[in-house]
Design a protein around this ligand. Structure first.
Ligand SMILES: Cc1ncc(C[n+]2csc(CCOP(=O)(O)OP(=O)(O)O)c2C)c(N)n1
Ligand code: SF4
Length: 440
């Protein structure tokens, strides 16, 4: 049966069909709806954890205990979850463990434009990237199979367009995946130096095996057409490439780490001019150049923002799509809702002439006119540390006019307490709503 689905609903469906029973996440656009959707399946325990690190730890625990487990976050969340990720790569899994991470090229709702593919490379774990809703569902299913086959966490990378576009999805039944037996195994799950050294050898062999297998995985597909131009691409950008250059030959990578070196060499030999078209960093490009294969990429493409079919047609020379120019629309930056309690706080901060270190949430808008009552915003939980640093740099006198502003979710995000404690603390959360913490 086919169903029209948001990419994020399709990711959730993929996990459901793969027999997942535990899902943990911390929200963040564009990943949030994955967990909202998986929570609707009664067979799955789903929780918002206080932060991404705890979410991944919960998923790792579930996996070690024998369940298939899912963990979701936005790209910056993977920075927070990096600590457990790098060691989970060594422990491997029992039940399959899949992490979905959603990048945000163009920063529609993020504080930076980081490229999460580098995490797959440095943590030595495989990464898949779907191009649409149907693949979103299917790749999550495959990711669970890969995870158990190669004894590794698997990352599935999304981005704003894949997560927030709708497409037809081929719905299947839920697999019956029995809970695996839990076997105590300190050599595998207690990562102290003696054990970790042995596990590292296994990790390296696993990545070699995956690299070899990548050459024949059907996630990596070659479409030979006119061989004067060959494009290597992945994810949503594949759709733009097909639209701009319908006659070009294309190697579409579905497993985006490790790369299928033999397949890439074969493709490169068969085309006259090879391009890599990838949003954000020259990740494929550098790995392919390191194979000694000449390729054109970021000489003609930017590392900033989102691509489009027309941009690709302009740079490589393809079919431009006639887009009706909507004219110049007035800029409408986001503003706090009318009557938002934050408004009064920032009104006073400005009126009192205070320096206010800020954090991430609706209240970050307090930096903009007319309030203009916020001085910094770095990452979730940074305001308190920033204020302390300012005090240490400038002394007590400066601190008399210094405040740190933080929201409740952001406050707890930095505290790393497990979900049950977080729920227990719910009673006092209300006091942090629109709260201002005076550091003095
Ligand atoms: C590491 C990380 N995870 C998630 C996000 C996405 N995010 C930004 S602010 C926020 C919630 C903020 O809630 P709160 O602090 O309560 O402030 P409010 O917006 O409610 O005022 C989330 C989930 C992020 N920017 N960084
Ligand atoms: S906290 Fe955010 S959502 Fe709530 S009223 Fe203020 S601006 Fe609106």
């Amino acid at each position: 049966m086919k169903q029209l689905m948001l990419g994020n609903a399709a990711f959730a469906r993929g996990a459901y069909e793969a027999g997942v029973t535990v899902a943990a996440a911390y929200p963040g656009t564009p990943s949030t709806e994955i967990t909202e959707n998986i929570a609707k399946y009664k067979e799955v325990y789903a929780e918002w954890s206080p932060n991404e690190k705890v979410a991944l730890e919960v998923a790792i625990g579930a996996s070690i205990a024998g369940a298939r487990a899912l963990c979701c976050m936005k790209h910056v969340g993977l920075n927070v979850a990096a600590d457990p990720l790098f060691t989970a790569s060594y422990t491997g899994v029992n039940g399959g463990l899949v992490i979905i991470v959603a990048d945000d090229p163009g920063m529609h709702s993020s504080q930076n434009e980081q490229d999460s593919r580098f995490y797959a490379r440095s943590a030595h774990v495989p990464m898949l990237e779907p191009a649409d809703s149907d693949e979103a569902k299917e790749y999550v299913r495959r990711a669970f199979a890969l995870s158990e086959q190669y004894d590794t966490p698997v990352i599935v990378r999304s981005n704003t367009r894949v997560s927030h576009s709708q497409g037809l999805v081929d719905i299947k039944d839920r697999e019956d995946v029995p809970l695996k037996p839990y076997i105590k195994d300190i050599g595998k799950y207690v990562m102290m130096p003696g054990m970790a050294r042995r596990r590292h050898v296994i990790v390296e062999q696993r990545m070699k095996d995956l690299k070899e297998a990548a050459n024949s995985m059907d996630n990596n597909t070659v479409e030979y057409n006119d061989k004067s131009i060959g494009i290597i691409t992945s994810g949503v950008v594949y759709n733009y490439v097909r639209e701009a250059l319908p006659d070009a030959s294309v190697l579409k990578l579905g497993l985006i780490y490790p790369l299928p070196e033999k397949l890439i060499r074969e493709f490169a030999q068969k085309v006259d001019k090879l391009y890599v078209v990838e949003e954000l960093e020259p990740f494929f490009e550098n790995l392919i150049k390191a194979m000694g294969i000449p390729v054109t990429g970021k000489e003609i493409f930017t590392v900033q923002g989102e691509y489009s079919a027309n941009m690709i047609a302009e740079r490589i020379g393809g079919k431009k799509i006639d887009v009706k120019n909507p004219g110049v629309l007035p800029q409408r930056p986001p503003v706090m809702c009318p009557g938002c309690p934050h408004r009064a706080v920032f009104y006073m901060l400005k009126k009192l002439g205070l320096t206010a270190t800020g954090d991430i949430g609706c209240y970050t808008l307090g930096a903009l006119p007319p309030h203009a009552g916020l001085d910094t915003c770095v990452c979730m939980g940074a305001s308190i540390g920033n204020a302390l640093g300012m005090e240490k740099a400038r002394g007590k006198e400066f601190t008399r006019k210094l405040v740190a502003v933080i929201g409740d979710s952001t406050f707890f995000h930095s505290r790393s307490c497990p979900a049950p404690l977080y729920r227990y603390l719910h009673a006092i959360r209300v006091h942090f709503r629109a709260s201002v913490l005076h550091i003095d």
